[in-house]
Design a protein around this ligand. Structure first.
Ligand SMILES: [Fe+2]
Length: 258
């Protein structure tokens, strides 16, 4: 089984709207492991007035999950970062330089809201870069400010952003419209990372194995591996190595299939 990496998930319990209890968190880890995921970055929300759990508390839950993985003898590597909503609280931490980066690199996962406009998104990409962070935009397919506009998405990449897409969007679990937009972004090679964004075992479960099968069929093994393994691994280890949009000549050849 090819190793999968999940860079965006709400697997830690009691810290946001992800896993509710320890058992749910452990069940999510079991599910990810069964799907072939061997590297996981936990990304609890940080969002003003909604999810303000301090880093120390999420670290304590992270340690518990590590201990569970060890008890199960899982050959899995766990990392801790956060999904940062772009608001006043995140700005403060960004200015302090205290955002939790993914792995050994400088990447931070940035989330926008449905009401944020394009200029706001661009300005955050600029600010994050200026302060030495590599921005990875969470579920880029979801934002009304970008939907249907490839030029705007392309401009984000030009500005230095990396773009993450949710497996569920590709598989059509967020509706047909989002599936079509997601597949178009994939076809245009504008996505760098596919992740689960799983929240719980039932309503928002991880579906990386199904997504991997879908991508292998539609865009080929090399592109699927880039999105679900190689690029995420580069992000965890360093920002200096090139992260390739999944572009590959196979994509054009298989455009029709998507
Ligand atoms: Fe998320």
């Amino acid at each position: 089984m090819t190793k999968l990496v999940d860079l965006h998930c709400h697997i830690l319990p009691y810290v946001d709207d992800g896993a509710l209890r320890t058992e749910e968190s452990e069940q999510l880890l079991d599910m990810l492991y069964l799907q072939g995921v061997r590297v996981i970055c936990a990304t609890p929300h940080l969002r003003e007035k909604m999810f303000e759990t301090p880093d120390e508390e999420i670290r304590a839950q992270f340690d518990e999950l590590q201990a569970y993985a060890a008890r199960r003898s899982y050959a899995v590597r766990l990392f801790l970062s956060r999904e940062y909503h772009c608001d006043r609280l995140t700005r403060e931490r960004m200015e302090q330089g205290s955002l939790l980066r993914m792995g050994a690199g400088n990447t931070v996962l940035l989330e926008f809201s449905q009401r944020h406009d394009y200029d706001y998104i661009l300005s955050w990409i600029d600010d994050a870069r200026t302060r030495g962070y590599q921005p990875l935009v969470a579920h880029v397919e979801r934002y009304p400010a970008l939907e249907g506009d490839l030029d705007k998405v392309s401009a984000l990449i030009q500005k230095g952003a990396k773009l993450q897409m949710n497996a569920g969007s590709i598989l059509g679990h967020e509706g047909l419209r989002q599936a079509k937009w997601s597949r178009r972004l994939l076809k245009e090679s504008m996505i760098h990372v596919v992740a689960s964004d799983c929240h719980d075992p039932v309503d928002r479960p991880p579906e990386l194995d199904a997504c991997q099968r879908y991508l292998r069929k539609k865009i080929g093994d090399a592109c699927a591996d880039a999105l679900m393994r190689d690029n995420p691994m580069r992000i965890l280890s360093t920002i200096d190595k090139e992260i390739i949009p999944h572009a590959d000549n196979q994509v054009e050849a298989r455009e029709e299939a998507l």
